[in-house]
Design a protein around this ligand. Structure first.
Ligand code: NAD
Length: 331
């Protein structure tokens, strides 16, 4: 089987080569049209910044399987894949604790101004605390949106910090309130009450701009937002507006709307992105300039242990398909 890995690095390549005797692997750079992917590719392995559109699928007549090295699969046109009978698989579980830990890395960086403090000493050689007063997490209310695998670990860690936890999920888990000592509330009530709003829902058509210009003004005065899920869950301009008004005291974002275009101005210009994407990218750049906004480059998954689990499951997904069965299929 001809397997093409897009968006891989040297570590991924060497681990795949050591474990892929049964297939023929090639590794190519990511580009918007996937022009570097060989036309005879049968299995395409991508990461979150590689959009697999109907056009990409059309250009690969031998394609039988798409394996994303991620949990989220919103970058893949599932309908176009299904129309060609192409199976799509993900890595449903590799790092719920990994991402939950990173959520708190970002939250603490925000609540204790860690980035500014470290930068001051490291870059400026200045050793004083002016302007570095933060806030305690203990006693604050954590609002968790999405109580799946990652959300539950976030709740557990928040309880460890002595936080009160409320959560919103349209599919609440039976028994979770008693088990974890938290309360389910409506999305509106969560926004009104939480001191920290943390997103852990998948990005789907139904969750596009889950936080938007209609409901973001409900956010509690002085609250902060953490997003380690997907950028498209938040209407970027509405977030900018809440930061500009001072209602939202800060945001820590591992993901941005249209993040694959951020830092790729040339691609954006050449590709002639639609106006809505262009607006989101411009708002992203505005966000990144705010001192009370911390942005990291979709890094929450990125531990050695999680990367090993991701790649092992990806190779198992390919091996299962080669043997005529499927595992971790998404539809
Ligand atoms: P999961 O499927 O276990 O849980 C998602 C939860 O969200 C479910 O309980 C579901 O009912 C809930 N949900 C669905 N629609 C909702 C809505 N409208 N409002 C609120 N909740 C809703 O997923 P998970 O493993 O916990 O991962 C969550 C998301 O985190 C993934 O979909 C992925 O996009 C993102 N993620 C990001 C990184 C990263 O590196 N930044 C890494 C892994 C996962």
């Amino acid at each position: 089987m001809k397997v093409c890995f897009v968006e891989s690095d040297a570590w991924t390549e060497s681990r795949v080569r050591a474990n892929s005797a049964q297939f023929d692997a090639v590794f190519v750079e990511a580009d918007a049209e996937h022009a570097a992917v060989p036309a005879d590719t049968e299995v395409l392995s991508v990461f979150v910044n590689s959009k697999v559109t109907a056009a990409v699928i059309d250009a690969l007549p031998q394609l039988k399987l798409i394996v994303t090295r991620s949990t989220g699969y919103d970058h893949i046109d599932l309908a176009a894949a299904a129309a060609r009978g192409i199976v799509v698989c993900n890595v449903p579980s590799y790092g719920e604790r990994t991402v939950a830990e990173y959520t708190f890395a970002l939250l603490l960086a925000l609540s204790r101004k860690v980035y500014t403090a470290l930068k001051r000493v490291h870059d400026e050689g200045v050793f004083h605390t002016d302007g570095l007063t933060g806030f305690d997490l203990a006693g604050k209310t954590m609002g968790v949106i999405g109580t799946g695998r990652i959300g539950c670990h976030v709740i557990e860690i928040a309880k460890g910090f002595g936080m009160h936890v409320i959560a919103y999920d349209p599919f609440p888990r039976a028994g979770l309130e008693e088990q974890m000592g938290m309360q389910y509330v409506t999305l509106e009530a969560l926004l009104e009450k939480a001191d920290v709003v943390s997103l852990h829902a998948p990005y789907l058509p139904s969750t596009h701009h889950l936080l938007n210009s209609q409901n973001m003004p409900l956010i509690k005065q002085g609250a902060v937002l953490v997003n380690t899920a997907r950028g498209g869950l938040v209407e970027t301009q509405a977030l900018v507006d809440q930061l500009a008004s001072g209602r939202l005291a800060g945001a820590a974002l591992d993901v941005l709307e249209e993040e694959r275009y951020v830092g790729a101005g040339q691609t954006l210009l050449k590709g002639g992105s639609p106006a809505e994407q262009m607006r989101a990218v411009l708002a992203d750049h505005q966000l990144m300039s705010y001192p009370n906004v911390l942005v990291s480059p979709h890094n929450a998954f990125n531990t050695i242990e999680a990367r090993e689990r991701i790649l092992d499951t990806t190779l198992e997904n390919i091996a299962a398909f080669a043997k005529g069965s499927t595992q971790n299929e998404v539809k």
